[in-house]
Write a new protein. Structure first.
Ligand code: NAD
Length: 510
């Protein structure tokens, strides 16, 4: 059974999908695909609810976020259960990567929004007769479209930011994991969020496309490059601002002076956490020749210790979406056909009917293989030997993606320098993946990995319009630059230009 399989339409004529667990392939529920008419009605409800929500103070809005964090922290089991049923992830992974991050984001934005989005008076460097105030106004109604790999956290995090800034939100989670996305709306409803301020739409690409076309004030999209392009095109046509958080092919650079034990642990976690279904997964390793054998030996030893399967304790869960398993299989097959050696894994796990791919380590890989060029989004770690740091950087940058990167060396200054030369939205030294999880840190890709940034001050402000309000201070009857024009005014303006921009006095004044 496919993971989201079409079934007979509903009585109202909506398309319907049947969902199955990726871990066991047993049915777990059904889903109506909401239409453009449903979406339009939701936008109307959101428009009605938004002004009252925006009229509340930051503290009042923040209180809802704090209450949501508390509720999540006090009773996480229901959330873990729903996410586990839908994704097959090990509970510890759900708690660490979905719930812990969600609580952190909720409290961070609840407490910081007031300061980060406070009205600011900005002194003017030249126009001393005016006062400037910058006010961060909510945009209005924000559409948030999310993927299936972290179905709770990636839905909750942008939602919390948009809400605390005073927007109403229409959330459209992935059709592959709709119930985990719906938990976000349930959580906020349980802590008393006013009706209409956050609505969850159910459906697939049809519903997402309808949301983009529905006249909302911003689209915050997280997903694949291919869909991101369609969203950007539609937003461009409608002049709707959008942020696009897209795929990656993150490089790991292991220098000869790295702590190899930490680097090997980091490689295994960076590549196999969430079964490799992380936008900032380590997808390719470049290791200096001198330490390549020892690094690879340690990686293999740790890979063989990983546990997989639906029963008991496990480290590596299933692939959540069946077509992704086919991508993984195709990349590994292509690599082997072009000369790569499989050192571990390299196949579907034959012990289980679910969508399990064995943690895979590849050697002798080259840049003409798909596994080094396209996003694999699965538990596959290709390792390539390089002659030195310069060669590692050249390979790291030989990609159309630019999301994140990690560099491993005992010399932290060198690590920071090398990381800065990788064209990526963010980078990590002697660690992996942490950038998305830090609410202070702006996050967003370069090249095909996206447009705009989310999280932190930049992310929060992206849910606002910075409205500048200029006030005249002295109330004189007219201004020098106003009418009438004429030869005399031109002469005076030329003198003013010279005075201000070509004399020492001008440098002092402006
Ligand atoms: P996807 O692009 O297939 O789907 C994402 C969402 O878009 C889903 O909700 C889907 O229903 C919706 N959608 C589909 N067609 C649409 C359309 N025409 N208009 C509007 N919405 C539409 O992505 P996916 O397979 O769910 O997610 C995996 C991808 O997401 C990977 O490439 C991964 O790297 C990326 N990702 C990026 C980040 C990041 O922060 N950069 C985070 C997580 C995942």
């Amino acid at each position: 059974m496919a993971i989201a399989e079409p079934i007979e339409p509903s009585a109202e004529g909506r398309r319907r999908l049947r969902l199955a667990s990726p871990a066991t392939r047993e049915g777990i529920g059904e889903l109506d695909v909401q239409t453009a008419t449903d979406v339009a009605a939701a936008v109307e409800r959101a428009r009605k609810a938004q002004p009252d929500w925006a009229a509340l103070s930051f503290q009042e809005r923040g209180r809802h976020l704090e209450a949501a964090a508390r509720r999540l922290a006090e009773a996480p089991d229901r959330f873990v259960e729903v996410i586990e049923r839908e994704t097959g992830k090990p509970p510890a992974e759900i708690l660490s990567a979905e719930l812990l991050g969600a609580c952190d984001a909720l409290r961070f934005y609840a407490r910081r929004a007031r300061r980060l989005l406070a009205d600011r008076r900005v002194p003017l460097h030249l126009a001393k007769t005016k006062k400037l105030r910058i006010c961060y106004r909510p945009l209005g109604v924000v559409g948030i479209i999310t993927p299936w790999n972290f179905p709770f956290m990636l839905a909750l995090n942008p939602t919390a930011q948009a809400l605390v800034a005073g927007n109403a939100v229409l959330l459209k989670p992935s059709e592959v994991t709709p119930f985990s996305g719906r938990l976000v709306a349930e959580l906020f409803a349980e802590v008393g969020l006013p009706e209409g301020v956050l609505q969850c739409l159910s459906g697939d690409g049809e519903t997402g496309a309808a949301l983009v076309e529905a006249g909302v004030d911003k689209i915050s999209f997280t997903g694949s490059v291919a869909t991101g392009r369609k969203v950007a095109e539609a937003c461009g046509r409608r002049l709707v601002p959008c942020t696009l958080e897209l795929g990656g092919k993150d490089p790991m650079v292991v220098c000869a002076d790295a702590d190899l034990e930490r680097a090997a642990n980091g490689a295994v976690f960076g590549a196999f956490a969430n079964a490799g279904q992380v936008c900032v997964s380590t997808e390719r390793v470049y290791v200096e020749d001198a330490v390549a054998d020892e690094f690879t030996r340690r990686v293999l030893e740790k890979t063989r210790e990983l546990r997989q399967g639906p029963e008991g304790e496990a480290d590596v869960g299933p692939i959540i979406h069946e077509p992704q398993l086919e991508v993984i299989e195709r990349h590994v097959r292509d690599a082997v056909a072009k000369g790569a050696r499989v050192l571990a894994g390299g196949r579907r796990n034959p012990a289980y009917p679910g969508l399990y791919w064995e943690p895979t380590v590849l050697a002798d890989v080259t840049h003409d293989m798909d596994v080094m060029r396209e996003e694999t989004f699965g538990p596959v770690l290709p390792i390539m030997r390089v002659r030195g740091e310069e060669e590692a950087l050249a390979y790291a940058n030989d990609t159309r993606y630019g999301l994140n990167a990690n560099v491993w060396t005992r010399d932290k200054r060198k690590g920071t320098r090398l990381a800065g030369r990788i064209v990526a939205g963010s980078a990590v030294v002697n660690d992996c993946m942490t950038t998305y999880g830090l609410p202070e840190s702006p996050f967003g890709g370069r090249k095909d990995s996206g447009i705009g940034q989310v999280n932190g001050e930049i992310g929060l402000k992206s849910y606002c319009h910075a409205q500048s309000i200029v006030v005249d201070r002295f109330g004189s009857k007219s201004e020098f630059l106003w009418f009438p024009y004429g030869a005399r005014k031109s002469r005076l303006l030329k003198r003013l230009l010279r005075l201000l921009w070509s004399t020492p006095l001008g440098r002092l004044v402006s």
